[in-house]
Ligand binder design. Structure first.
Ligand code: ZN
Length: 167
């Protein structure tokens, strides 16, 4: 049962205000264009890095076998950059790059958790770790293995992966 404090924090007008003020400070459409998607929230382990992301409640997750994804078990789903908003922790992020230095492996400096990153396959979007989302907004996860060991072949030949970060 939710504590009275939690209930008090919930403002019934919040959603409506969100729809009315759909332009954020950068002038980007933030809410009104995402009908049919849900707002997931998530972050790293220590709580320094927090984000919200608009995506389906039925997530299409890539399980990649490239050298780094194997080591960090980096399963992720891809969203356009405009669907992702870092709420806090920009100053807590470290970035690891290698090889082409295209992928930006961002992780929390404090706890080390990579809750989101910029994939080489989709530099115009983000890869989000479904296991770093808060509970309650995912209804289904479909996992697709992707052969990142043969990256060029796997990504360039994939029918939809490049489009997943297009607004
Ligand atoms: Zn952290």
């Amino acid at each position: 049962m939710a504590s009275p404090d939690l209930l008090a924090e919930r403002d019934p007008g919040e959603e409506l205000i969100g729809w009315l003020s759909a332009l954020d400070s950068a002038g980007n459409l933030w809410r009104s264009e995402y009908q049919g998607l849900v707002k997931h929230t998530g972050g790293c382990h220590c709580g320094a890095v927090r984000f919200e992301v608009w995506a389906s409640d039925n997530l299409h997750v890539f399980d990649c076998n490239c050298s780094i994804c194997v080591k960090k078990q980096n399963r992720h789903f891809i969203v356009p950059a405009s669907h992702f908003k870092l709420l806090k922790g920009a100053d807590h992020l470290s970035t690891y790059t290698f090889n082409t230095h295209c992928a930006q492996h961002t992780f929390c400096k404090t706890c080390g958790v990579q809750s989101f990153y910029t994939p080489r396959s989709n530099p115009d979007g983000y890869g989000i770790a479904p296991h770093c989302l808060d509970e309650g907004t995912i209804t289904k996860i479909t996992v697709e293995p992707i052969n990142g060991k043969e990256w060029e072949k796997a990504v360039k030949g994939h029918p939809t992966i490049r489009n997943m970060s297009k607004p």
